[in-house]
Design a protein around this ligand. Structure first.
Ligand code: HPA
Length: 278
């Protein structure tokens, strides 16, 4: 039997954050692998390592710092996750999504989620940025849905709708900001797998047939929990490697970190532009 996170545990962590800042963030921002820099430019920032928070898992992945940065971007108060928690690290789905629950208990209405992803669409190149328009919950289809267990009725319904997981108004806003900044913004469907092994060429061909354009090891559980609590979501994938549909190349974590350097400035411009309009 999995240990489910209770509302009391979520509130303990939220209280610990409230004690350290009076800012009321308008958005939570989750930074993916290699995309940490945005947090370093936050103004009036308070840093809270996850290890200082009750009930919190600690991010163990290279390229993930593991702390909240609460401060201002474009004059808007934000709570940034510098480093996220992945299911493959061995945590439960409840632990993986606890930060999003905490955002909800802090009254944060919007989630901007970013990630490093592998290309599945054959035209996508390393360094591209993809607006996530929908997702495939492959982890959840095999029983790893973060909403399993007792429903938190105070936050949302037992059977939440997922027909518009990624907010259409925010998608339009992101398109507009990308255009203004001459950023080519790809669009597509993100498939979430547990990892940590990268996909085989046959996995990738399967994902392509299923309608995926990018694949990664995060985001999907976070977005499900966000939508359960009615947060509005914007999702951006940084494409760190080309789809290896024929098995001719290999994929490494180093490649993911390197691509992050090209992707970060683009993601940063889009996030800043969207924040200005919130
Ligand atoms: N697959 C899964 N996750 C990823 C990849 C990939 O190729 N690249 C970056 N994150």
């Amino acid at each position: 039997m999995q240990n489910f996170i209770s509302l009391a545990q979520i509130d303990e962590a939220a209280q610990a954050i409230r004690k350290q800042t009076l800012l009321q963030p308008v958005a939570g921002i989750i930074l993916g692998s290699g995309l940490n820099d945005l947090a370093d430019s936050a103004q009036k920032a308070v840093h809270i390592p996850y290890s200082d928070l009750p009930n919190f898992p600690v991010s163990t992945v290279q390229g993930h710092v593991g702390r909240f940065v609460i401060g201002e971007l474009e004059g808007k108060p934000v709570l940034i996750m510098q480093g996220r928690i992945h299911y493959y690290e061995g945590y439960t789905m409840g632990q993986v999504t606890l930060p999003v629950r905490v955002m909800q208990r802090l009254g944060i209405p919007n989630l901007i989620v970013t990630n490093a992803a592998g290309g599945v669409h054959p035209d996508f190149l390393p360094g591209d940025v993809m607006l996530i328009t929908d997702q495939i919950n492959l982890m959840g289809m095999s029983g790893l849905n973060p909403l399993m267990g007792p429903n938190l009725d105070e936050i949302g319904p037992r059977f939440p709708d997922m027909s518009q997981a990624y907010d259409r108004v925010y998608n339009d806003l992101a398109r507009k900001v990308a255009k203004e900044n001459n950023i080519v913004l790809r669009e597509g469907v993100y498939a979430g797998l547990s990892g940590p092994s990268f996909e085989s060429p046959a996995d990738l061909r399967f994902l392509r047939l299923a309608g995926a354009d990018a694949v990664g090891m995060s985001t999907v559980p976070e977005v499900i929990v966000a939508r359960h609590g009615n947060m509005r979501v914007l999702g951006l994938s940084g494409i760190s490697n080309k789809a290896n549909l024929d098995g001719s190349t290999i994929t490494t974590h180093q490649e993911v970190i390197e691509a992050g350097k090209v992707i970060t400035p683009k993601v940063e411009k889009i996030v800043r532009g969207v924040l200005r309009s919130l």
